[in-house]
Design a protein around this ligand. Sequence first.
Ligand code: FE2
Ligand code: FE2
Length: 216
Amino acid sequence: MKTYNIPKLEKKLRKELDPERYRHSLAVMYTGAALAMRHGADLHRTQVAGLLHDCAKCIPNDKKIRLCEKYGIEVTRTEKENPFLLHSKLGAWMAKEKYGVDDEEILGAIAWHTTGRPGMTLMEEIIFLADYIEPMRQKAQNLDVIRKQAFIDLDRAVMMTLRDTLQYLKSGDSELDENTELSYYYYSELCDHKSAPKSKSAPAETEIAGAPAPVH
Ligand SMILES: [Fe+2]
Ligand SMILES: [Fe+2]
């Protein structure tokens, strides 16, 4: 399996991002590494995905659209109206073309880190969560609960993150990307199925303390 030169990738990335985004990228890399250790994902490749997940974030929005059109990357109506969403897809393209990453799972983790998708791979789930819970994130609700859950049950932590993201988006003017909704329904059902009692007499698996009830 290919080994990537992480210090070299860091040096290149540092020139493309503002200092705050670069620090966030390092934080996602190390948080992703911790989750990979806990859940048995490939440590090296997960770090590469975490480091590069926002590599297209600092490109101006109009240029994001132009680049997607130029390189044949599909732009949905929601993405056209909210071009920041494109940094994921465009980031996967840049990771491949500009950073020499040819690993489909790493590229998938970059492509889906903002919205998630139903049935994410282990690495995709880890990067999706690491982006949400890295230590410099402070604003989202339930962060302490989700941070803890990420080291207990990854699927449930993903479901909680999607639930809170949808709640946040619905409370403001932001348009929902349908992948976020589809992902939430998928993970919500998966977690319901996991926690369903085995028989009428068996007690249901309890939610962790302090976790708010899912919104259906
Ligand atoms: Fe991002
Ligand atoms: Fe990010």
